[in-house]
Design a protein around this ligand. Structure first.
Ligand SMILES: [Zn+2]
Ligand SMILES: [Zn+2]
Length: 158
């Protein structure tokens, strides 16, 4: 039901991600034993963290933007400049399997750097053939440099 190649996970529920444990353990995975009348979560904190994770994985734009802003304050991860029109970028693009991931796969980019990164993301094969050291987790700036190196190599023929 969960696809890493889709931006929005449709039809998933909290139960899908955090099934109620038959052994009366907290569904968040913290390992705490449920006591008294508790049915699913050990603490309110466990519940809130899990619900937040659920919305992020589901692809809820509003929740994701709120949390990314709380963390990055609108500063572009690539050029370091604050931009009020900042965008939340999937570091590993959705079409490469970057969907249904936690907040660690999101970064703030200004519209300019976002456009550049999107352009570079679309030419992965060219990069992969010529520079084996380039991988998807490099920053957009590194990828930009790597790309120019590879086009130079193409032109001079080695
Ligand atoms: Zn817990
Ligand atoms: Zn930028």
């Amino acid at each position: 039901m969960i696809s890493e190649f889709t931006r929005y996970q449709k039809g998933i529920s909290v139960e899908t991600l955090f099934p109620t444990s038959l052994e009366k353990k907290c569904a968040c995975g913290c390992g705490m034993q449920l006591i008294g009348r508790k049915k699913k979560w050990y603490s309110r904190d466990c519940q809130q963290k899990s619900l937040q994770m659920f919305y992020i994985i589901k692809g809820d734009t509003q929740v994701i933007r709120e949390l990314v802003f709380k963390r990055d304050q609108g500063f572009c991860y690539s050029c370091g400049v604050f931009d009020e029109n900042w965008q939340a970028d999937h570091i590993l693009p959705v079409y490469k399997g970057g969907g249904a991931k936690g907040l660690e796969n999101f970064q703030t980019l200004c519209p300019y750097c976002h456009k550049n990164k999107t352009k570079l993301d679309r030419i992965p094969y060219c990069l992969d053939i010529h520079t084996t050291s380039v991988n998807i987790f490099h920053s957009p700036l590194e990828r930009f440099r790597a790309f120019h190196k590879s086009t130079v190599k193409d032109v001079i023929g080695y």
